[in-house]
Design a binder for this molecule. Structure first.
Ligand code: GDP
Ligand code: MG
Length: 735
């Protein structure tokens, strides 16, 4: 049986030398039709098989920049050799691996021939082929083409690879948040119309569109103009975006990330230099410190802490202004509208509900700004790189780091893109473990809850508590992952390499745009989804209202107070004047108390109130009263709703408090709340069932079985934690 094999590599990597070694005189040189690029083909017999070898033109890349590149790529794509041998110059590894990276992205069945091992040795460079092989996940065979050393090993590996790999399997590299999002969009488009999928993998075509690959663009327009146009529009959009935020084209970002991938690959101990290299770049020098095993994590924690310090410190005043503003708005409505359902809807449902969420906009904005700095400068990738070492211990894959960070590993992400980002994981078990644990991170929707409760109960040291709760989220997520990976998702780990793009100075413009984009998402969600849910919950908390008889009773008692017929509790006083004013005050106080009692009775009798009350028999063990229960149930729709529902519940239930009091102040005053309850509630909120949208997303990415599993598993786990905290805390009297 014949076997087709191709040799690919940079110019001067030794392809022709190897080709001659393998084929000897059994070769002929021809021209590719129409162009003046050599086409060399030869053959040899090995282990009873005839192997036909093509020596491809030397190229540095696989993008259609030159005739050579086009020829090489077209040959691979249309002739589909069973195995491709990529010859890399071991003495110039970093540069040579750029092509390797692209061959892997194309997905060809690859064997890497690590050539010029003698040259490398002379230069004092030692290369660990086994480590390289582990991370590239294709065979890496050291050879010396000129002497023929390693020839047999190479052929054996090639035959094995050809026998094993039938389908092309592209390597997924992450190209950063912006491009990954567009890639997902492009791929969805390509998949639905099966656009060129007989030639290229969807992801590959998508990357080529982002790279503005003329050949593929042209072919696309020819075969399917509609899809091609849609794809080009997406690319135009993202190009405009990267141009304004980072002042680069997507192509450059892609190249950066490929080099980042190679760099971090080589940092895994592949190369040891006997002589100290003086050719270290600035990025490398910075990385020596920032990703150092000891200093690196210390710096990372310091940066996180400063981020929280900055966020809470700077946002304190604007958050307070906004709270005052909403309080003022409530007062105006209170004074202008007549009592009734409309007024209650506007004050309790809309202003207290949505206002509670919008009140945290400054905080969210500062947090996003800080994260944008970390991201745009390239530091976030280093965080991921360092976390990778930790992740392995817990049975997670290095590719899980980005999903975790996207989901709110630093605070303020969202589990939905996090769940989607887990697509880059190939191993189904590692992917599943990631899907199930990323919702435990502190996403942007949990931020206002954290800010509310930390602000109300730990106001003296907000940054420290924010830091602690972030660490807690990580610890719990990693332990949960370990638990899953050693029980229902047991299996071997797969190797991984993280991309390390070069450090860049973020531009102010880019930072502001990134900050605004995310803040705007938050505001938009508050104004649409959260508003809708707030109104729905308000209705659930208002209707059916009190039974007629009870209302009548309350009216009667009110009458009684006003007419002075109620049983007097005023002691006889000496002065008549004093007695009258005291009496008036007393009447006011008793009316307020009665109103309060009625409002609370009405809330309790509402649909949501009954639900909250019936849950109390269970939730009391964690210290949650029925009003908190309403908020927690509402929080399943979206976690921001917890703040808005608490806002509504606590503004409906208590009439005697000043209208302009913030929710935090109300909770501080409430007898049900204290520090222990606050911690128990926070822990429950951080870890209970992912919100509805995330659950749907998990179901789509895996199955409903796992989606339900995550709802049940997380809720039970969170509840047990909350109960433990409340019970132990109360026992030790820590409140
Ligand atoms: P190509 O252009 O990629 O086909 O590279 P060539 O096969 O023409 O090789 C370029 C140069 O590197 C030639 O001078 C070869 O003799 C030399 N060369 C190839 N392989 C080796 C090797 O393993 N060790 C050493 N020292 N030189 C090599
Ligand atoms: Mg040559």
């Amino acid at each position: 049986m014949q076997l087709k094999m191709a040799l690919a590599g940079n110019p001067n990597a030794g392809k022709t030398t190897l080709f001659n070694q393998l084929t000897g005189a059994r070769q002929h040189v021809g021209n590719y039709p129409g162009i003046t690029v050599d086409h060399k083909e030869g053959y040899l017999h090995y282990q009873g098989r005839k192997i036909i070898i093509t020596d491809l033109p030397g190229t540095y890349s696989m993008t259609a920049y030159s005739a050579e590149e086009l020829v090489a790529r077209d040959y691979l794509v249309y002739n589909r050799p069973q195995v491709v041998i990529n010859i890399v110059d071991a003495s110039n590894l970093e540069r040579n691996l750029y092509l390797t990276c692209q061959l892997l992205e194309l997905g060809v069945p690859l064997v890497v021939a690590l050539n010029m091992m003698d040259v490398a040795k002379d230069r004092g460079i030692e290369i660990r082929a086994d480590i390289l092989e582990k991370h590239l996940r294709v065979p890496v065979i050291p050879i010396i083409a000129r002497s023929g050393f390693g020839k047999e090993d190479l052929l054996n590996a090639a035959l094995r690879q050809a026998a094993e790999k039938n389908a092309w399997q592209p390597l997924d590299i992450s190209y950063g948040d912006d491009l990954d999002t567009s890639l997902t969009e492009l791929i969805a488009r390509i998949d639905t119309t099966a656009f060129m999928t007989d030639t290229y993998h969807a992801r590959y075509t998508a990357i080529k569109y982002l790279e503005n690959d003329e050949q593929i663009l042209e072919k696309g327009r020819e075969i399917e103009p509609d899809t091609a146009q849609a794809l080009e529009e997406i690319v135009t959009g993202i190009t405009a975006h990267t141009k304004t935020t980072l002042d680069v084209y997507p192509e450059a970002i892609i190249a950066d990330h490929r080099y980042g991938y190679i760099k971090s690959l080589l940092m895994q101990g592949v190369i040891t230099r006997k002589f100290d290299s003086d050719r270290l770049y600035a990025s490398d020098k910075i990385d020596k410190v920032l990703t150092n095993r000891l200093v690196g994590p210390a710096i990372m924690f310091l940066i996180l802490f400063l981020l929280y310090k900055f966020t809470f410190g700077w946002s304190e005043a604007p958050v307070a202004w906004l709270e005052q503003g909403f309080g003022w708005l409530s007062n105006i409505v209170e004074q202008t509208l007549p009592d009734g359902a409309l007024k209650s809807l506007i004050i309790s449902g809309i202003i207290d509900g949505v206002g509670g969420v919008l009140g945290f906009v400054p905080l969210i904005m500062f947090m996003f700004f800080g994260i944008a700095i970390l991201e745009d400068s390239g530091y976030l990738a280093r965080v991921a790189f360092m976390m990778d070492r930790v992740f392995r211990i817990f049975g997670l894959h290095g590719s899980s780091v980005m999903p975790f960070i996207v989901s709110g590993g630093i605070a303020g992400g969202c589990a939905v893109p996090g769940v989607m980002a887990a697509r880059t994981l190939r191993s189904p078990k590692e992917r599943m473990a990631t899907l199930l644990t990323v919702p435990l991170m502190n996403c942007g929707a949990k931020l206002p809850v954290l800010a509310l409760l930390i602000g109300a109960f730990f106001s003296e040291n907000k940054a420290r508590y924010m830091f602690l709760f972030t660490m807690l989220a990580w610890v719990v997520a990693l332990l949960a992952a370990k638990l899953l990976r050693s029980t229902v998702l047991r299996g071997a780990p797969t190797p991984f390499v993280m991309e390390l793009p070069p450090y860049r100075f973020p531009t102010m413009r880019g930072l502001l745009i990134h900050t605004w984009e995310r803040t705007y998402q938050y505001i938009k969600k508050a104004g649409t989804v959260i508003l809708g849910i707030s109104i729905l919950l308000w209705a659930l908390m208002t209707y059916p209202g009190l039974p007629e008889q009870t209302s009548a009773d309350f009216a009667q008692r009110r009458e009684a107070i006003l007419s002075g017929n109620s049983p007097a509790i005023i002691p006889a006083s000496t002065s008549a004047m004093e007695s009258i004013s005291e009496q008036a005050e007393q009447i006011d106080a008793r009316l307020a108390a009665l109103n309060n009692e009625e409002a609370e009775a009405a809330l309790r009798n509402s649909i949501a109130g009954r639900m909250g009350t019936s849950l109390e028999s269970l939730s009391q063990y964690a210290g949650f009263d029925w009003r908190t229960n309403i908020a927690l149930v509402g929080g399943f729709a979206a976690k921001e709703v917890i703040v808005s529902t608490l806002g509504t519940a606590y503004s409906m239930g208590e009439v005697d408090v000043e209208e302009s009091m913030s929710l935090g102040q109300r909770l501080q005053k409430d007898s049900h709340w204290n520090r222990i309850v606050a911690v128990a509630a926070l822990v429950f909120i951080m870890f209970y069932s992912p919100c509805f949208v995330t659950v749907v997303c998990i179901a789509k990415e895996s199955s409903w079985k796992w989606a339900f599993f995550s709802m049940g598993f997380n809720t039970i786990f969170a509840f047990l934690m909350a109960v433990a905290i409340f019970q132990i805390g109360t026992l030790l009297n820590l409140g």
